[in-house]
Design a binder for this molecule. Structure first.
Ligand SMILES: [Zn+2]
Ligand SMILES: [Zn+2]
Length: 99
């Protein structure tokens, strides 16, 4: 299940800049477990209605720096889909783990 509506947002300069600044402000540390963070998660998940609302998508109050494992836990509440080889990216898509 790909989320086409979010694609252009995740590729936008605004998001890339926002994401970089945020994760830097957290010293690239996962806010839940203290390991190194690689993902900036939206606490209020992005959906087709809020994708164009910077108060949601680019608001640091709505962001959380997370490691892959903590991020997977949030997006994979059924604990069935991801394995060591597959993870969810911030777009909610199942992708191959970078390791
Ligand atoms: Zn973590
Ligand atoms: Zn997320």
């Amino acid at each position: 299940m790909s989320k086409e509506y979010a694609k252009s947002f995740y590729q936008s300069k605004e998001w890339i800049k926002c994401r970089k600044g945020y994760i830097k402000s957290k010293y690239c540390i996962c806010e839940r477990c203290g390991r190194s963070a690689t993902i900036v998660h939206h606490k209020k998940f992005i959906n087709p209605r809020n994708i164009n609302n910077p108060e949601i998508t680019l608001n640091w109050d709505n962001l959380e720096a997370l490691c892959i494992e903590c991020h997977n836990k949030i997006h994979n509440r059924n604990h069935q889909v991801t394995t060591k080889e597959t993870i969810f990216d911030e777009n909610g898509n199942l992708i191959k783990s970078p390791q």
